[in-house]
Design a protein around this ligand. Structure first.
Ligand code: ADQ
Length: 455
């Protein structure tokens, strides 16, 4: 095998590569890239007035990082537009938030062409190419049009929507047809893969085999590759001095109360409003427990350039105010709501101090917070994971308390069960969860995808 070339919308800033602040995906890709003297290609994150296609190339920790700048129109139409105002909501089952703007589709195609045009010149005959996520679905098509015959794989980090939803998208067939220019396409779960194959059968007149599908005169191999975290690194982070310091501060601020924790990017797919409603229901149903618990919701701001995200932020501010206004006393606030990003070791300390975690997305490709929470727990006194049935992670993490995130009563009941759960049951559930998180880690994920792509 030649080099591995990873392609994603954003490339993890080189400074972070190899440092503990980089996420698991960046670490795993870096390890795979390093092993093959590979290259990581994507958008620099910078916007300029006019696209130039000028590459910036750096060597960082034995990995070549190649980035290009996009122009302002690209940002609006491709990134804020088609990727995050069309595909993201649609693939998370939110057609109410989906913007079907023709210029967005044009910008999406244009940027994929620009990426392909720039990347083509960097590809050697025996390289294998691994493309990541919904920003870049047509990239293989554009590379093929430019004569690239290399193995190209694609991994979708978000759900694949049902046929009924996808067909609301103008030109949905073109989008799906582009998938067939890959050699291998990976999904997190069997559910997302099946949603894809159902479309292939009923909308594209295609056929599905044990390991792939054919349609549009082409065939593609399909597989399920559930992503994990760097469990060892996260466990180490949880035992670090910084984590211990954060843990001690956190515990001191509990003043004997129990903490329910939420950690998410501020995104409507994460079910934050519904979670607040569920917690409010818990406070209503369990008057005797008020003052003895609180919810810490850490919601890191993201995609602030997209309208739906600004609206959500306003609604969450209001929900926090409503609950705190209704229930607070002079010495107790039921919701602590923060929009800060934390370092990974600090985050590990916060996870460890929690008695329960609410991971209740309405729809989520996988959800890594659920796995990080488990990895950070004290084996002798672990917290309880409350997990949405609509997170991809629920297909693996069956020992969590699985809930329907749309039901405020189910969330309220799960909080009560979690906070009352006897220690032996907490330990038994946690051990089973931890074994899965350790086994199916991010390295197992990337190794298995690359092995399948190379096979
Ligand atoms: P995301 O939608 O970003 O990822 P998730 O998998 O939960 O969702 O990952 C979020 C990451 O951000 C976690 O590593 C978490 O620690 C970190 N994070 C969140 N809040 C933070 C904060 N305040 N400070 C610091 N870090 C914070 C997409 C898909 C998911 C899929 C992943 C990987 O939507 O379904 O699991 O990709 O494929």
């Amino acid at each position: 095998m030649g080099r591995l070339i990873a392609v994603s919308n954003r490339v993890s800033p080189p400074r972070e590569l190899g440092e503990s602040s980089a996420g698991g995906l960046a670490m795993a890709l870096q390890a795979a890239l390093k092993a093959s003297d590979g290259m990581w290609f994507g958008w620099s994150g910078a916007t300029i007035p006019e696209f130039t296609g000028k590459l910036s190339i750096e060597r960082v920790h034995d990995v070549t990082i190649a980035t290009v700048d996009l122009d302002h129109q690209d940002y609006e139409e491709y990134y804020a537009g088609y990727a995050n105002a069309t595909i993201w909501p649609l693939f998370h089952y939110r057609i109410d938030l989906t913007e079907y703007d023709r210029s967005f589709g044009e910008g999406y195609d244009r940027v994929n062409e620009r990426f392909a045009e720039t990347l083509t010149h960097l590809i050697a005959a025996d390289d294998i190419i691994w493309v990541h996520d919904y920003h870049l679905i047509p990239l293989a098509r554009e590379l093929r049009r430019r004569g690239v015959a290399n193995r190209i794989g694609f991994f979708l980090h978000i759900p694949w929507p049902s046929r009924q939803l996808l067909t609301t998208l103008p030109h949905h067939r073109e989008l799906v047809r582009a998938i067939f220019d890959y050699d291998l396409v990976g999904f997190h779960t069997e559910d997302w893969l099946q949603a894809f194959t159902r479309y292939v059968i009923s909308e594209a007149d295609g056929a599905v085999t044990a390991d792939g599908a054919s349609a549009f005169g082409k065939s593609v191999r399909l597989g399920v590759f559930p992503i994990g975290i760097d469990a060892r690194e996260f466990g180490d982070a949880a035992r670090s001095d910084a984590a211990r310091g954060t843990f001690e501060r956190m515990r001191a601020s509990l003043a004997g109360r129990k903490m329910i924790l939420g950690v998410d990017r501020l995104d409507y797919s994460k079910g934050l409003e519904e979670r607040f409603n569920g917690y409010e229901q818990y406070l209503l149903d369990n008057e005797e427990h008020r003052q003895k618990v609180f919810l810490l919701q850490i919601a890191m701001l993201s995609r602030e350039g997209v309208d739906a995200y600004r609206d959500l932020r306003t609604r969450l501010d209001a929900a926090t105010g409503r609950i705190n206004g209704a229930f607070s006393t002079f010495d107790w606030v039921p919701v602590r709501y923060v929009n800060t990003g934390y370092r990974r070791d600090e985050l590990a300390g916060i996870y460890r101090a929690a008695n329960a975690a609410l991971v209740t997305p309405l729809r989520d490709g996988m959800n890594l917070v659920a796995k990080e929470f488990v990895a950070a727990q004290d084996p002798e006194d672990p917290g309880v994971l409350i997990l949405s049935r609509f997170a991809g992670a629920a297909s693996q993490m069956r020992e969590a308390l699985i809930v329907n995130p749309f039901s405020r009563e189910e969330i309220a009941e799960a909080i009560r069960l979690a906070l009352d759960m006897p220690r032996p049951e907490r330990i038994a559930r946690w051990r089973a969860l931890k074994a899965g998180v350790d086994k199916d880690d991010v390295y197992a994920w990337s190794d298995s995808f690359i092995a399948a792509l190379s096979a």
